[in-house]
Design a protein around this ligand. Sequence first.
Ligand code: NAD
Ligand code: THR
Length: 310
Amino acid sequence: QLGVGLAQMLREQYGKENVILSDIKRPPADVFNMGPFVYADVLDYKNLRELVVNNRITWLVHYSALLSAVGEANVTLARTINITGLHNVLDLALENCLRLFVPSTIGAFGPSSPRDPAPDLCIQRPRTIYGVSKVHGELMGEYLHHKYGLDFRCLRYPGVISATTKPGGGTTDYAVQIFHDALGSGHHECYLRPQTRLPMMHISDCHRATIEFMQADECQLSLRTYNIAAISFTPEEVAAEIRKHVPQLTVTYKPDPVRQNIADSWPMRFDDSNARRDWGWKPAYGLPELVTDMLDRVQNKRTNAGLPVS
Ligand SMILES: NC(=O)c1ccc[n+]([C@@H]2O[C@H](COP(=O)([O-])OP(=O)(O)OC[C@H]3O[C@@H](n4cnc5c(N)ncnc54)[C@H](O)[C@@H]3O)[C@@H](O)[C@H]2O)c1
Ligand SMILES: C[C@@H](O)[C@H](N)C(=O)O
């Protein structure tokens, strides 16, 4: 969901040939033709090393992961990709003096964390393999920063909302699907209860935050892991905002026990005051702006694909 857009934004600033996208999956034609794309498996250390050496890589953005819901469905694979993969990337960054960005998440908190809002520094006892692996990543990165000077940077993202790229199996995915359903069938069945409040963010705010944070001078940073926030909403609130544009939208609620349980253990709001103070973080999209933009983009996407728009 996030890698392609970030690469696009970085290429605008640093040049098309200077940003290499990678995955283990075959990319769609538009992504492949957009700029350099290579196969890279985070579990294959030798292959990663070759890529870094052959391309004289200086920054590494490590997005590969299994997200919260798919992680719970395959704990062993999530542990391997999210923890063993991360260790490969950390070793590679140390060995080659790379600057390293690794995202964390609202999922790095658990039911014993303060939920409204969750500050940067507080108790973190997540109850998902995804959350456990992300806390592990935060701690390993910070440890290597303090011990060896690794330039490790980490942002805890909220649920990210995008129109062109699909979410990869998280607990916040409903907040993307509801836009497609609103303009498609006109009906959305939500797997969370109507009043489940979670922090969310428009994808362009997420990408901009990542780049601004990567570019921030080291002396501006009092932390290596920051919360970033934009909006917090419930399914019924986002549906009400969508209905201002698509009045016929109907929503029914059929809570999925796994995802509802995860959502209930996550923060309702994020305190991002440190990011705002230290490196000037400020989101651009509130709920009305996000809804208008998503409906425009999803409508264009459907029209271009020859699909009806309700
Ligand atoms: N999307 C969100 O709402 C959100 C919120 C908080 C944090 N994050 C974090 O941002 C990062 C990117 O998230 P996303 O939404 O783009 O996830 P995604 O599921 O869309 O993408 C993850 C990518 O990792 C790749 N991958 C899986 N196994 C791999 C392997 N062995 N080697 C290399 N690549 C492999 C997958 O093919 C996929 O393209 C993740 O670390 C995620 O935890 C995302
Ligand atoms: C919140 C985030 O980490 C991801 N979208 C998930 O729900 O798993």
